[in-house]
Design a protein around this ligand. Sequence first.
Ligand code: BGC
Length: 252
Amino acid sequence: MHVLGIDIGGTGIKGAPVDTVTGEPTEERFRVETPHPATPDAVARCVGDVSSHFTWTGPVGITFPGVITRGTVRTAANMEPAWIGVNAQMLFAKVLRTADGAAPRVLNDADAAGVAEIAHGAGRDRDGVVLMLTFGTGIGSALFLDGKLVPNTEFGHLELHGKDAEDRAAARVRDEKELSWDKWAKRVQEYLSLVEALLSPDLIIVGGGVSRHADKFLPLLDVHAEIVAAQLANTAGIVGAAMAVASSAVPS
Ligand code: BGC
């Protein structure tokens, strides 16, 4: 099956058609800048532009950096608050030209990245409790049991030292505070210890842009679980969004 995957992020909105059997994008990805302010209508126009670029009329999967239940946005920690309560599925359906008028599938960005890693990356063929964590502007989480997703876990908002964990240990914090890898890894370590105490995962997959530099911080971490870098890097969101349309491992 070929599905257009679109990944909505704080800086860019990226998309590509994906072969859901191989998990490979079939064309070069297309990116537009995320508008500022990133209001629902402005972002929807960009989603329409990505779809038009590929003259797409087939099925579409879209990620969003917040909790999504049945197509509706429930939280938007790093997006405009105007998103909360918006039926994103209906909003995006208006800017797409799907042949049968089918609404797109909309899901949390970290859940999508996890779905891609489980199907085609670092979590392939792994049973048990697998936790994907994405370190970027925030911390996203995706929890799997025997390959099946428990959606919208939001472990980036656990409390750490009286703060939202993502405000202490996201990759953004490393940039903003110009922390060394060593100093940032100490924060990530505290966070992972908390996560392990609560979930005891068998495998932790570390994703987000910072996973490109996994060699600089993964060796500094001491956790019980096996911990590995994500393999799909910057296409995980696109691939996972597309996979979610086709996969039975993702509850709607
Ligand atoms: C949001 C999550 C999202 C994560 C990564 C967090 O602030 O609450 O829904 O997955 O950032 O974008």
